[in-house]
Write a protein that binds this ligand. Structure first.
Ligand SMILES: *Cc1c(COP(=O)(O)O)cnc(C)c1O
Length: 424
């Protein structure tokens, strides 16, 4: 069987309710954020953002790039973890940690770099904090020979050198944000030369660069429909791999920052349920950090995707764009909202959400590393924790469930986290 799919799957036409469209703010309307979109994104990506087409063909060059970075990725049974937990459940994990930059983010980075290159864009700009998204984009830009400018929050730039070095190794231009490259950056630097920066400021700098430089476009690591679309390569592969071994998932689990790895993992399955009535008994569980509890404690409202309010408002579960989460190590889960499509599925009761503390998930990561030999990223550790909770439930009730988790990334560049927590 050919595991790597030829098309991405767009769940939008199969949703139980129409997806609320993006909107401009009414109260502080300074400019139309929606009219700004064509300045920010390559046109094919904007088409994908709003399309009602169910299947979008993956361009040959992107498929080829997927193959070269190791797709399809393996689906592995966690036999040692099952034995340790003494559970009758079977636990499988989809290994998105095997990519060159160690996470699923490359799946969309490659597509975004490809479309930008195809449309004659000279440079992609973006923001990053811990550097997982920045390094995925830098890698993709290197592969498609396009320039990459990454605004990295100054605090991470100083404290987290390894992904900064990795981005530079790929040839990206990495600047600490706020920087002297933009007006907003210069203004903030004048107030404070050592300004630690924030994702909101870094986004503003990346967006300002595109507004001024017509040959530059903006790349985004999560939340937008087209990002979730590209990530469905994860779920489509998983579905074929499960078919091959004759398994039907009872529980599918993933961690949620903006929601891209989890959505990409489950949308093909939920889509089949909505279209054809398959996977009726499968439970879909989204795991977030208690430090940014948008799905378990937030509200389903219109909010800007970014802290600065440059991007259109989207209807989603959010704790509010000005919410400042406590400093946790799963930087990828600090985001204030869950993607609009995922939010709608939660609202409609198709996806369940749970939240854990940092201590709980790092302990789960330690357990997993000791038996399976693979160190989960602090983000991924949230999904691992939930898989362990499910497997223990199965032990108590003697249930032979099939549990599948999306292993979004490895933690080899986050080892200091484990030292700080004394988890080892
Ligand atoms: C960025 C990241 C996440 C969170 O982002 P999503 O868009 O929710 O997938 C999760 N895991 C890893 C390893 C990440 O790098």
């Amino acid at each position: 069987m050919n595991i790597l799919p030829s098309h991405w799957y767009n769940i939008v036409p199969d949703l139980p309710k129409p997806l609320p469209p993006p909107r401009d703010p009414e109260d502080d309307y300074i400019f139309s954020r929606i009219e700004l979109l064509p300045k920010l994104f390559p046109s094919e990506l904007l088409d994908q953002e709003f399309t009602a087409e169910r299947y979008i063909q993956i361009p040959g060059e992107v498929l080829d790039a997927y193959r070269r970075i190791g797709r399809p990725t393996p689906l592995v049974r966690a036999v040692n973890l099952e034995r340790l937990l003494n559970t009758p459940a079977r636990i499988y994990f989809k290994r998105e940690d095997l990519s060159p930059t160690g996470s699923h983010k490359i799946n969309t980075a490659l597509a975004q770099a490809y479309y930008a290159k195809k449309e004659g864009v000279q440079m992609l700009t973006t923001e990053t904090s811990a550097g997982q998204w920045g390094s995925a984009l830098a890698c993709a830009c290197a592969m498609f020979d396009i320039r990459c400018l990454v605004f990295m929050t100054r605090s991470s730039y100083i404290r987290k050198p390894y992904r900064r070095i990795l981005m530079k190794l790929y040839g990206a231009d990495v600047v600490p944000s706020p920087s002297d490259r933009t007006e907003i950056g210069r203004r903030l630097l004048m107030e404070n030369q050592e300004h630690p920066g924030s994702l909101g400021i870094a986004i503003s700098e990346a967006v300002e660069t595109c507004m001024k430089d017509g040959s530059a476009k903006y790349a985004v690591g999560s939340v937008m429909n087209f990002v979730l679309l590209h990530q469905t390569v994860i779920g489509l592969e998983t579905m074929r791999q499960l078919e091959e071994i004759g398994e039907i998932p009872d529980v599918m689990i993933g961690c949620v920052g903006g929601g891209s790895n989890f959505s990409g993992f489950i949308f093909p399955f939920i889509g089949n349920r909505l279209k054809d009535g398959d996977f009726k008994n499968t439970e879909f569980i989204a795991v977030e950090s208690k430090a940014s509890p948008k799905m378990t404690e937030g509200s389903y409202i219109y909010e800007h995707g970014d802290t600065a309010g440059y991007l259109p408002m989207l209807k989603m579960y959010t704790v509010g764009r000005s919410y400042v989460p406590p400093p946790i190590h799963a930087a990828g889960l600090r985001y204030h909202a869950a993607a609009p499509i995922l939010s709608l599925l939660i609202k409609e009761g198709l996806v369940k959400a749970v939240a854990y503390t940092q201590e709980e998930v790092l302990e789960a990561a330690r357990v997993f590393a000791r038996v399976e030999g693979i160190v989960p990223a602090p983000e991924t550790a949230h999904a691992v924790k939930q898989a362990i909770v499910e497997a223990e439930h199965c032990r108590r009730r003697n249930l032979k469930k099939t549990i599948i988790l999306c292993f979004s990334g490895h933690g080899l560049l986050d080892l200091s986290v484990f030292e700080e927590y004394g988890t080892y």
